[in-house]
Design a protein around this ligand. Structure first.
Ligand code: PEP
Length: 252
């Protein structure tokens, strides 16, 4: 049985007051978690240290939404692994489609960030996903293959044990359009096959592959019941304690 990881990507929402309210709301709803389930919240950088303090004694883990591939230096506006670690992070989302789309991040840089994260004992959540135009052109498999091979390039089997992969079809993110469970399962199966080709089946069988894209309380159970879907990366629905908790409680 693989572990299940439900992560909430807060994106650019919640100031310090909003962070306090959301974390306190989640803490009161999630005192214990189902076995095998890890819950991660990924607030904006400015809220990480506060969130870490508020989460003390809770089973909820902390993650960030991005990280530099550099250790330190003259990189205005960037955040290093050390800053994330000292703020209490264990996870970091890398290569989210909004980073790819608006900030030009390519597989190569996402791969460099992944290597830096793992070397720094942070667990990267590596995002891949096709656009609507790519799906309609019938090139989803090709796009996913290129992205998966690109972001995992050069990672050893030992390094892979801390990697989480998130399949997030770009057309389903923040749009209310969810991939059908069958569509998602098909791509998850492909991703697991790719991991087995790069490494081997035992490792592929253990790799956690999350689905992301308009996951809501009313569609979570069906998505999460698919054989190769091992959790969710949740945007909009993670901003309210009730809806995020319902998604977590949908894990069977
Ligand atoms: C995301 O931000 O990764 C995401 C999947 O957003 P949403 O759930 O709002 O589609």
């Amino acid at each position: 049985m693989r572990n299940v990881i439900i992560a909430g990507n807060w994106k650019m929402y919640k100031d310090l007051q909003g962070t306090t309210e959301l974390i306190n709301g989640l803490r009161s709803q999630l005192t214990t978690l189902p076995p095998r389930v890890t819950v991660v919240v990924c607030p904006p950088f400015t809220s990480l240290a506060l969130a870490s303090t508020l989460l003390k004694g809770s089973p909820i883990r902390l993650g960030a939404q991005n990280m530099s591939q550099h250790d330190e230096g003259a990189f205005t506006g960037e955040i290093s692994w050390n800053m994330l670690r000292s703020a209490g992070c264990e996870y970091v989302i890398l290569g989210h489609s909004e980073r790819r789309q608006y900030y030009g991040e390519k597989d190569e840089v996402i791969n460099a960030k992944a290597k830096k994260a793992i070397a720094s004992s942070l667990k990267p959540i590596l995002c891949v996903g096709e656009t609507l135009a790519e799906r309609e052109a019938g090139v989803t498999d090709r796009v996913i293959t290129t992205q998966v091979r690109g972001v995992l390039s050069g990672l050893t089997k030992a390094e892979m044990s801390s990697v989480v992969i998130a399949y997030e079809p770009v057309w389903a993110i923040g749009t209310g359009k969810t991939a059908t469970p069958a569509q998602a399962q098909e791509v998850h199966q492909l991703i697991r096959k790719l991991v087995s080709q790069i490494h081997d089946w035992p490792l592929a069988e253990q790799t956690v592959i999350q689905y992301g894209g308009s996951v809501k309380p009313d569609n979570a159970a069906e998505l999460l019941s698919q054989n190769d879907i091992d959790g969710a990366l949740v945007g909009g629905a993670c901003l309210k304690p009730d809806s995020f908790a319902s998604i977590i409680n949908a894990v069977k």
